[in-house]
Design a protein around this ligand. Structure first.
Ligand code: DUC
Ligand code: ZN
Ligand code: ZN
Length: 484
């Protein structure tokens, strides 16, 4: 009689804190035993001798099937998006239920559940985008939603249909503080972008590459500083999302030096892409649109600042910010036409499948970060930050059986990355042609083998919704105490 559903034998296990060789016994989707020479049998045994095994990735920032306001359509829904995640070693995703101005947050949550159900193949939780921070939302809706397991918010300092003013940001932060939630902030100064955009368009500078010129680092630096100041005022932690370069990094470094609990996220696009990638291809003026995202990739020198922030501990997490729009067709990057000005091109790039392989290849295998930092950034810290730890984000008895067995290729035998090998529904990858030293050979999600040796296998709808715990204890103290 089998004791376990699955045993992974001789795994070279790396977590955020440990590295050892052992067998992992899985029953009912959970890790029930970790032992050397586990004396038991299983319905299925897999030998991982000599292979690195890490926790399944937790992607704390991705966008699937999110409603848009410009007629464009995200290329991935919950089926293709989570399939792509699984094939790249990610077993938990946190996309966004986005409130529309004038509507309730609950409506967005209900709608987003309908979009996920019957489709997701790995587990998922929702962040809440708060676009209309009315008194009813901050005093009644958000506290009720936190109770139900929606314990993180994203707020925007730019985009007309999403942005909050400083007073509204403060109200959301105060709610997060009182109820123990986490607030993610998109930090770019809206008025600066609007003014620069107007100047550029008036001068006839409309090509995709001017997207970068409309959002220089000062725009991100100012908003990052302001977000930090507002969080300090309210006395609550925040996470600055998609930090792109030196100037925002300096603000976060400064805040940390003051002992403020400011978390920071970066994304592969700021390690591997640069403003040059938005440049003009004589055969296709829209070519650069494939790398339009916000904040934009900076110059190449900035990539090193981001790497330094990964190795130094400045960054808390690395997420994909997967926001895929097709280059072909009329509902993606070309929604406003083949020669649309940069400000009318949807923001975002695909990357949910390539996040872990890129960071393993270029980070761990090139010695820029160690394997423990890799796990911390891509799995353990996002799980902790968003109230999913230790169910997700580690390999431990009692945790969900989510792990990745890596294929590592010898130097000279790298895998050439191409969009054909990916499992998203986007029609391109911005990382086409990169040489990878590693790729997940096997992904196990809650005990199910969902990806093995190039074959994806999971039933649509087999992923589960995860209510999140509060990342922190509620704080009913008077934030004024800090200032009196
Ligand atoms: N912000 C995101 O987080 N994702 C895509 C576009 C954006 O501005
Ligand atoms: Zn954003
Ligand atoms: Zn995003």
């Amino acid at each position: 009689m089998s004791t376990y559903d699955l045993i992974l034998r001789n795994a070279d296990i790396a977590t955020a804190g440990d590295r050892y060789t052992a067998d992992i016994g899985v029953r009912d989707g959970r890790i029930c035993a970790i032992a050397q020479g586990l004396d038991a049998s299983a319905a299925r045994e897999i030998d991982a001798r000599g292979r690195l095994v890490t926790p399944g990735g937790v992607d704390g920032h991705c966008h699937f099937d999110q409603p848009t306001s410009d007629g464009s359509r995200f290329a991935d829904d919950f089926l293709s998006g989570t399939r792509s995640a699984a094939c790249g070693g990610t077993t938990t995703v946190l996309p966004f239920a986005a409130q529309q101005k004038g509507r309730s947050v609950q409506e967005a949550v209900d709608d987003y559940h309908r979009r996920a159900e019957g489709k997701a193949v790995i587990d998922y939780a929702f962040h809440l985008i708060v676009a209309d921070a009315t008194r009813d939302v901050t005093q009644r809706e958000l506290p009720a939603l936190i109770e139900k397991g929606y314990t993180s918010f994203k707020i925007y300092m730019t985009y007309d249909d999403l942005k909050l003013d400083d007073r509204q940001i403060i109200e959301v932060l105060a709610t997060a503080r009182r109820h123990g939630a986490m607030t993610m902030i998109h930090a770019e100064n809206s008025d600066c972008i609007a003014w620069l955009t107007e100047q550029l368009l008036d001068a006839g500078l409309t090509a995709p590459r001017y997207h970068s010129s409309s959002r220089p680092m000062a725009v991100e630096r100012e908003a990052t500083h302001r977000a930090i100041a507002l969080a300090e005022l309210v006395d609550t932690p925040i996470l600055i999302v998609h930090v792109s370069g030196r100037e925002a990094v300096e603000q976060i470094h400064w805040a940390r030096g003051r002992g403020l609990p400011i978390h920071a996220e970066t994304c592969p696009q700021y390690l591997f892409l640069s403003a040059e990638d938005l440049g003009i291809d004589p055969d296709d003026p829209m070519h650069g649109a494939r790398c339009i995202c916000s904040p934009p990739p900076r110059d190449k020198a900035n990539q090193q600042f981001i790497w330094n922030g990964l190795s130094s501990g400045l960054f808390t997490i690395v997420s994909s910010d997967h926001a895929p729009f097709n280059m072909n067709g009329s509902d993606g990057k070309r929604v406003a036409g083949d020669d649309a000005s940069f400000d009318r091109i949807p923001n975002g790039i695909p990357g949910v499948e390539t996040r872990l392989p890129l960071l393993m290849s270029e980070g761990v295998l090139k010695g820029r970060i160690d394997i423990h930092r890799f796990v911390e950034l891509t799995a353990t810290n996002p799980a902790r930050l968003y109230g999913l730890y230790p169910r997700k984000g580690t390999i431990a008895v009692g945790s969900d059986a989510d792990f990745v067995v890596w294929d590592v290729f010898p130097q000279g035998q790298e895998k050439l990355l191409s969009n054909d090998m990916l499992h998203h529904d986007a029609d391109y990858t911005p990382y086409e042609g990169m040489r990878l030293r590693a790729w997940p050979g096997l992904t196990v999600s809650r005990g199910r083998v969902v990806w093995q040796d190039g074959v994806f296998q999971a039933e649509p709808g087999s992923g589960q919704f995860l209510p999140c715990l509060r990342p922190r204890a509620p704080n009913d103290g008077n934030p004024l105490d800090k200032w009196l």
